[in-house]
Design a protein around this ligand. Sequence first.
Ligand SMILES: Nc1ncnc2c1ncn2[C@@H]1O[C@H](COP(=O)(O)OP(=O)(O)OP(=O)(O)O)[C@@H](O)[C@H]1O
Ligand SMILES: [Mg+2]
Length: 286
Amino acid sequence: MTSSTLNVARPRITLEAPAAPLPSPVDPGPADAAPETPHVQAEQFSILYGEAMAVREISMVIPDRQVTAIIGPSGCGKSTFLRAINRMNDLIPCCHTTGRLLFDGQDIHSPQIDVISLRKRVGMVFQKPNPFPKSVFDNVAYGPRLFGIRNIRTLTEIVERSLSRAALWDEVKDRLAQNALGLSGGQQQRLCIARALAVEPDVLLMDEPTSALDPKSTARIEDLIAELRGDYTIVIVTHNMQQAARVSDFTAFLYEGVLIEFGQTRKLFTNPHNKQTEDYITGRFG
Ligand SMILES: Nc1ncnc2c1ncn2[C@@H]1O[C@H](COP(=O)(O)OP(=O)(O)OP(=O)(O)O)[C@@H](O)[C@H]1O
Ligand SMILES: [Mg+2]
């Protein structure tokens, strides 16, 4: 992704020299190694709620412009880890971290990081669609306006491009002025994706984005993820094993906050390295 098409102020996150590649518990192998510094890497990264450790010393490199699924039983730390990537856990006072979570080589939790700029580059879509009680247009234009774009022609172009990218344009092009809360659940979720795409992020985080949707809307979102793949680094949390197998290139299996296995989805689902992974994907627990 480039931001050259948008007259948006560049984020204040400065890029440092690329960090040395980090070890991962299961090395995906040279064929999977990213050629450049990946956007997101965790290095012995832990997250605690007070004394309770929800994520335990995770080290992994999230491959750029690929889809990574995070799977694991309820309470294993999937959402906690995902939220850390754009500092959403800041909203929880007792939550703190140890180790490092890097974005473009910089520690996301360092005081130098501008959180608003980070969230521009790392968009998030939640389980329950959460459009603002505003028009369809204003929902998508919200982020670009926040970053200073006022020109209505530019905003109109961004709104159309983002809604097209989210496979929603044809359905809403005649109702851009209507309240977004009048859209169906599936349309609202695609609108939230369009809203996230409008500021041209590099990374898109999705926490169970289809669990509140019917099968048809779920299929549309999965198709959309397939289309966005290649342009964005997507991290999706899902309880649906078939969904993880369908949409992702890489899968991370978490259990009690520990990264048990991380590797190519095809391999993890057909020939897992770890017995716990095998037990989980075959439904023996969780
Ligand atoms: N705000 C919070 N305060 C304290 N503990 C929390 C908070 N949020 C989550 N936890 C705890 O952290 C652990 C991980 O929770 P998390 O929500 O990340 O799990 P999850 O894998 O996303 O689960 P699910 O699949 O049910 O969504 C759990 O033990 C949970 O109770
Ligand atoms: Mg969760």
